[in-house]
Design a protein around this ligand. Structure first.
Ligand code: F6P
Length: 328
């Protein structure tokens, strides 16, 4: 017997990303469009355990489409990893009359949601929100496009000073264990080398490539390195290693850090968020559950949550080739 959905809860969890607010806005307004209630849950699953809820009508999400971060806050919840915590959360949802959940976050968020569904048969829909773009089943996660533009803008600024001082810069970017940010922003910013976990360049090849750059007349270079890269040294040790082996290079390091998570979402991310929010709510109203809404070939689609969690977001090999050629 299909459950009648009259009230939907929405939460954000894991690392925040630009576009999360636009997704919250879309979920809230799609609920209002279908004359069902929407409840905002603060601080992810921890707020669900604490009953930190707020009714959200269409006006409550005015002027947030362009705001980075998440008005519902985010948090990682150790309590939700316990059966007692999840039971408490379920009791709070029932008490509030919430019939289904939209969870916005990364694979950790989806894992928690799937477990919750398996224990309480509670309808769940996932929206991929992370700058890492490391989720199977979607070409873009919310925040990824904005993060790329942020990183490219910063590297352009670093290039000004690198070329003024004939320096080599190692620029470390986020992405957790994935190299999507490094590869795409590296190509976009014209980096001479891009180091990603999916492709181990190796230290010797890096030195050789840098020597070739110098010999070809490049007076400065930018090497973009993904934080999850496995070249075997952290970015500061890498600097020391290159200075020791290529004394002709004056080397500096710039770790971009959490600025990549902030900023006003790009138009792309705002439109994506709006599309995914509509799809998530309407899929729940159609009686669907345990899916992630995503974008594939510019069409919004559904991927079983289990696949989204277990699948791998592969690096585009054609981009690797483009990166090599651009380093000529
Ligand atoms: O998953 C998003 C992300 O920004 C990763 O790129 C990064 O490694 C991680 O979160 C940082 O986590 P925290 O915000 O807990 O330091």
């Amino acid at each position: 017997m299909q459950k009648t959905i009259k009230k939907i809860g929405v939460l954000t969890s894991g690392g925040d990303s630009p576009g999360m607010n636009a997704a919250i806005r879309s979920v809230v307004r799609t609920c209002a469009y279908h004359n069902i209630e929407c409840i905002g849950i603060y601080r992810g699953y921890q707020g669900m355990i604490e009953g930190d809820f707020k009714e959200m009508g269409p006006r409550s999400v005015n002027n947030i489409v362009n705001k980075g971060g998440t008005v519902l806050k985010s948090a990682r919840s150790l309590d939700f990893k316990t059966p007692e915590g999840r039971t408490k959360a379920h009791e709070n949802l029932l008490k509030a009359g919430i019939d289904a959940l939209v969870v916005i976050g990364g694979d950790g968020t989806f894992t928690g949601g799937l477990l919750f569904n398996s224990e309480f048969d509670f309808p769940i829909m996932g929206i991929p929100g992370t700058i890492d773009n490391d989720i199977f089943g979607t070409s873009h996660t919310l925040g990824y496009d904005t993060a790329l533009n942020t990183v490219v803008e910063v590297i352009d600024k670093i290039r000004d000073t690198a070329s003024s001082h004939n320096r080599l810069f190692f620029v470390e970017v986020m992405g957790r264990d994935a190299g999507h940010i490094a590869l795409n922003a590296g190509i976009g910013a014209g980096a001479e080398e891009i180091l990603i976990p999916e492709e181990n360049l190796g230290l010797d090849r890096l030195l050789e490539s840098l020597q070739k750059s110098k010999a070809s007349g490049k007076s400065s270079s930018i090497v973009v390195i993904a934080e999850g890269d496995k070249i075997g040294k952290n970015v500061f040790e890498l600097k020391d290693y290159v200075e020791a082996n290529l004394p002709e290079y004056d080397v500096r390091v710039s770790v971009l850090g959490h600025m990549q998570r902030g900023g006003s979402p790009s138009c792309f991310d705002r439109v994506l968020a709006s599309r995914l929010g509509v799809k998530a709510v309407e899929s729940l109203l159609e009686g669907k559950s345990n899916y992630m809404v995503g974008l594939q070939n510019d069409k919004v689609n559904l991927t079983p949550l289990e696949q989204a969690i277990k699948g791998k977001s592969e690096i585009d090999r054609e981009l690797l080739r483009v990166s090599d050629i651009m380093s000529t």
